[in-house]
Design a protein around this ligand. Structure first.
Ligand SMILES: NC(=O)c1ccc[n+]([C@@H]2O[C@H](COP(=O)([O-])OP(=O)(O)OC[C@H]3O[C@@H](n4cnc5c(N)ncnc54)[C@H](O)[C@@H]3O)[C@@H](O)[C@H]2O)c1
Length: 363
């Protein structure tokens, strides 16, 4: 049967548990496509880029890597980083190169609390919690600006400068994205994370732009919270959160805190979006390559499966995305969980259970 629409997906498992969780996400996606009765199909192309590729070729991806990815409908990514390659080389050589090269300026990271998984917050309180971190993904502290010099001064004499870049255009577009997202949610609220008390240039521009954009969204509640206070709020008053918008570094840290509070880093999904769709967007779990558990079949595939659902939503298949998330919830509620969230199941068992709970399949 010919599908009504075929999406071309570039798959980059990269390092460590990346390969395991991407295999899990692909198995779920392929099942959903098979069962779509011809509504859609996925045409996968896998790229072997990552730290093993670096060992062979001296680079994380080939020079023309971005050109080879450009015409895909989306990129499905695992995780990058391995002890054989310095982390800044592996991250900048692959993941950040794709994010920046394709202007994937909005990184959306939902903090999802799943039934049956007791996170540190749930143990004390069973308020319904659900918020999303929107990360400025193209500039800020990860703009890659700076340099090292003066090593000729001898041991201990070298200097390094790492500058953060805040542009009004970059701030405005991420705020508008956050406000538009807030309008789709039950609680219409945007919390901006700042550090303008200490960083009087970039973060003050951030705050002023936030206040200006907020005036165009009078129906959306706002607050501006220092990053130190926001980290406390994640723990102490998370029920007050809906959309949290933060700079590249702040959101990177806060989203890990959020997923840890939900129960595990292995649960968190994310989308690196080029909202104008000039380039493919990239979908990946928040977690890294987890060398400590890689290759043992025990890693949690839920973050990668949730990222797969976000990819389908982005491709215009929201019902299929919801079906995947519902299947994950059904599994966790029944206690089918990996050990990082208190279960005994392996990666494969959880994946098979999610597949078994997809519509039309019996559990
Ligand atoms: N997006 C990315 O590709 C990304 C993100 C973060 C870190 N990294 C890289 O990953 C490597 C390891 O970094 P790290 O140890 O700081 O972070 P990590 O996310 O890989 O691991 C942190 C902890 O979380 C656990 N964990 C992570 N994913 C899990 C999963 N799916 N299931 C169960 N447990 C899971 C790990 O076992 C570890 O104890 C480094 O090279 C780092 O640069 C890559």
């Amino acid at each position: 049967m010919t599908a009504e629409q075929t999406f071309r997906i570039a798959c980059i498992p990269a390092d460590g548990v990346g390969a395991e969780v991407v295999a899990a996400g692909r198995a779920v996606l392929d099942t959903v496509a098979d069962r779509s009765a011809g509504r859609f199909a996925l045409d996968w192309t896998e790229f072997p880029w990552g730290s093993a590729y670096h060992a062979e070729h001296g680079v994380m991806m080939p020079d023309d890597g971005l050109d080879r990815l450009r015409d895909f409908d989306a990129i499905y990514f695992g995780a990058v980083g391995w002890p054989t390659v310095p982390d800044h080389v592996s991250l900048w050589g692959l993941r950040l190169r794709i994010c920046q090269g394709f202007d994937q300026w909005a990184n959306v990271r939902p903090v999802t609390f799943l039934p049956g998984i007791t996170g540190p917050l749930r143990a004390a309180d069973d308020t319904e919690l659900d918020w999303v971190v929107v990360r400025e993904n193209s500039e800020g502290e990860y703009a890659g600006l700076g340099g090292r010099n003066l090593s000729a001064r001898g041991p201990g004499g070298e200097v390094a400068v790492q500058s953060a870049l805040f542009t009004e255009v970059g701030c405005e577009r991420i705020f508008r994205f956050a406000f538009d997202l807030a309008r789709t949610r039950a609680r219409r609220k945007v919390s901006s994370v700042t550090k303008s008390n200490a960083q009087q240039y970039g973060m003050v521009l951030w705050d002023e732009t936030f206040a200006r954009v907020a005036r165009d969204y009078p129906d959306v509640e706002t607050e501006s919270v220092l990053v130190d206070a926001m980290s406390a709020k994640f723990v102490l008053r998370p029920e007050e959160l809906s959309v949290v918008v933060a700079s590249n570094l702040h959101a990177d840290i806060l989203s890990d805190l959020g997923s840890a509070l939900a129960g595990s880093l292995g649960l968190a999904a994310s989308a690196n979006l080029n909202p104008e769709r000039r380039f493919p967007s990239m979908f990946e779990p928040v977690h890294g390559s987890a060398p400590d558990i890689a290759g043992r079949g025990v890693c949690n595939p839920v973050g990668a499966i949730g990222s797969a659902a976000m990819m389908l939503g982005h491709l215009g298949l929201p019902d299929e995305a919801k079906a995947i998330n519902a299947a994950v919830e059904a599994c966790t509620a029944r206690g089918i969980r990996t050990r990082d969230v208190g279960g005994t199941a392996g990666t494969r068992e959880v994946t098979e259970a999610v597949i078994a709970h997809l519509p039309g399949w019996t559990g």
